[in-house]
Design a protein around this ligand. Structure first.
Ligand code: SF4
Length: 355
């Protein structure tokens, strides 16, 4: 599913990351958790793709697979023209400097026994970047860019607030001068009062330094604010992708519509009744046949249980849903009109599925 037009820095094609399930004395493999099961997208240089979905949908595993922090099972990952899965040894180390990650938890991701200076210097030493004086200059610059005072250098992580720790974690990523950064739920562990500050910092850094982001989050409002494009994941797959500024208006997939129904809108004309989906997300070890969303979908039809919905495209907007495809055809490709009809159909389903 590739809808971004400029030349991509990041290209992911049919990514699969399965984790084996082993049982018995001999630890025989008896199955696999299909955490990521056929994900494709691209991100142009200097842009942000938001990856959104409920916890357990595979979005975090996508980010970690791209950086090879977990080993993908299959698929292609190309960053800056390099096939990440083909690289090893020194070539992979060199590429790793150019792609960094900021984790969700600023408490757990910083070593409490190291000063901020040592935390930021570690990567520079590993990648043999500069002498001691040059490393100090880079560290000071990274702290300054993230709004941290110079005095932070010789202090320890526990001496800072959650927001400041996340700034240090961002500085640790920036000090290596990366091109691509995976932001893995970077604000969800922070107080609501400082989430906006960190989001603004991330946007400012991207624009000033020309960074490319994969922004992984369960928070649709944050993703709408930061991202250029949004990909919605469900049970290991992308079910819908569109421009961030427009997705709320043209959401076609019942899952996307349900996610948006839980997000307050300032536009009174777009406020909808909250849709509470029945049941839980099925196990990725035994994904449902046909459309994976069918056991929870209020609009499911017979075909949904057996036929995997293919991609339907309208410009850069892509959706995997039989009913949405039919509505798009009826509306002559007018996504906004089809989206209105999908939302109206969901609004008429029995109260058991609607909160
Ligand atoms: Fe629902 Fe069917 Fe569309 Fe899947 S394909 S989202 S089950 S209507």
């Amino acid at each position: 599913m590739t809808s971004l037009s400029a030349e991509p820095l990041v290209l992911v094609d049919d990514l699969q990351t399965h984790f084996p399930i082993r049982r018995g004395l001999l630890r025989r493999q008896v199955g696999a958790v299909r955490a990521v099961d056929g994900v494709s997208f691209s991100i142009p240089r200097g842009r942000t793709l938001g990856l959104v979905g409920e916890s357990g949908c595979g979005k975090t595993t996508v980010g970690r697979s791209i950086l090879r922090l977990v080993e993908p099972t299959d698929g292609r990952i190309v960053i800056g023209g390099h096939d990440v899965r083909e690289l090893g040894g020194a070539a992979l180390r060199a590429l790793r400097r150019r792609m960094q990650i900021v984790f969700q938890d600023p408490y757990g991701s910083l070593n409490p026994r190291m000063t901020v200076r040592r935390i930021l210097e570690e990567g520079l030493i590993v990648h043999r970047m500069g002498d001691a004086a040059d490393r100090l200059r880079r560290i000071q610059q990274a702290l300054d860019r993230t709004g941290m005072p110079a005095e932070a250098l010789e202090r320890y992580p526990h001496e800072f607030s959650g927001g400041q720790r996340q700034r240090i974690a961002i500085a640790r990523a920036l000090v290596l001068e990366p091109e691509f950064v995976v932001l893995d739920e970077p604000i969800s562990a922070l107080d609501v009062s400082i989430q906006a500050q960190v989001l603004n910092l991330l946007v400012d850094l991207r624009d000033r330094l020309g960074l490319t982001y994969l922004f992984v989050s369960h928070d649709l409002s944050a993703v709408e604010y930061v991202a250029d494009e949004v990909a919605v994941m469900y049970l290991g797959r992308i079910v819908e992708q569109a421009a961030a500024f427009d997705l709320r208006r043209v959401a076609l997939h019942p899952y996307t519509i349900a996610l948006f129904s839980a997000v307050p809108s300032v536009d009174v004309h777009r406020r909808r009744r909250r849709i509470v989906l029945p049941g839980d997300v099925p196990s990725p070890a035994r994904p449902p046949s046909g459309c994976r969303f069918h056991p929870r979908c209020p609009l499911a039809e017979a075909a949904c249980r057996t036929v995997d919905p293919p991609a339907t495209r309208v410009g850069g907007h892509v959706v995997h849903c039989h009913v949405a495809a039919r509505e798009l055809e009826r509306s002559g490709g007018d996504a906004a009109a089809a989206a209105e009809r999908m939302a109206a159909a969901l609004a008429t389903v029995p109260a058991a599925a609607i909160g």
